[in-house]
Design a protein around this ligand. Structure first.
Ligand code: KIV
Length: 258
């Protein structure tokens, strides 16, 4: 049997026209990337959610480019068939010039595309990245890198004003050349409206079922971060429970000299 072809930004973009749904997950290390790839996940995001679920920060704003590079390299060593997308961390894309320079750090570590948060405001950075030959995934709606200004993780797209801004953001980043668009915490019916207006696939997180795909933080999906899980994420495993049980059994065996 022919091996399945490597997934590219163009194949993800084309999924919408082919009527294929996109099931994306995050990975921050080599074994998780291999396991997700073996499960057939087409898009692996080395998200800056790394900050919370791996590095123990309160939010994503403390994640550095060096930390992102370190984890992108680990994921890339798995040589997945899946497309590897890496988040440009907070304050690494404030100008078009530093967006390109910092994205190169991630692509040199093995990222095949980068993601950045924002709409109209980041169009110059997206255009510069595209001109430098770097594939870009967009991210609008709730922007975790702005959680402090926003005062929490709040659903977007309920008021007429927010709807107008969100649609303008989605259309602007599409026009600037992103190959797919994450919609985070967007009111589900409005996420559906955005999905039908744009030609690129939308990938929702906490934005309902009308998006072209869904993305989750893998720790939420497998129950590996039991101290916090967003309401929209349903855990399909209890990795934290399995680790605790195995460690407890080991402690007992050692104490009993068994
Ligand atoms: O950092 C992240 O993991 C994300 C999400 C879209 C899952 O940006």
């Amino acid at each position: 049997m022919e091996p399945s072809p490597k997934i590219t930004p163009d194949s993800i973009r084309g999924a919408k026209a082919r009527g294929e749904r996109i099931a994306a997950l995050t990975a921050y290390d080599y074994p998780t990337a291999r396991l997700l790839d073996e499960a057939g996940v087409p898009l692996i995001l080395v998200g800056d959610s790394l900050g919370m679920v791996v590095l123990g920060y309160p939010d994503t704003t403390q994640v550095t480019l060096a930390e992102m590079r370190h984890h992108v390299a680990a994921v890339a060593r798995a040589k997945p068939r899946a497309l590897v997308v890496a988040d440009l961390s907070y304050h690494t894309y404030e100008t078009a010039q530093n967006a390109v320079a910092n994205a190169h750090v991630l692509t040199q570590a093995g990222a095949e595309a980068v993601k950045l948060e924002g709409g109209v405001a980041v169009v110059p950075e997206i255009k510069a990245l595209r001109e430098a030959g770097i594939a870009v995934m967009g991210h609008v709606g709730m922007l975790p890198q702005h959680v402090k200004e926003d005062g929490g993780y709040k659903v977007k797209g309920r008021s007429a004003e927010q709807k107008e801004q969100l649609m303008a953001d989605a259309l602007a980043v599409e026009e600037a050349g992103v190959f797919a668009l994450v919609l985070e915490l967007v009111e589900p019916e409005f996420a559906g409206e955005i999905t039908s207006r744009v030609k690129i696939p939308t990938i929702g997180i906490g934005s309902g079922k009308h998006c072209d795909g869904q993305i989750l933080v893998t720790h939420d999906l497998v129950g590996a971060f039991p101290w916090f899980r967003p309401k929209f994420a349903v855990a399909k495993a209890d990795v934290a429970g399995a680790i605790r049980a195995a460690a407890t059994e080991f402690v007992k065996e050692v104490e009993n000299r068994s």
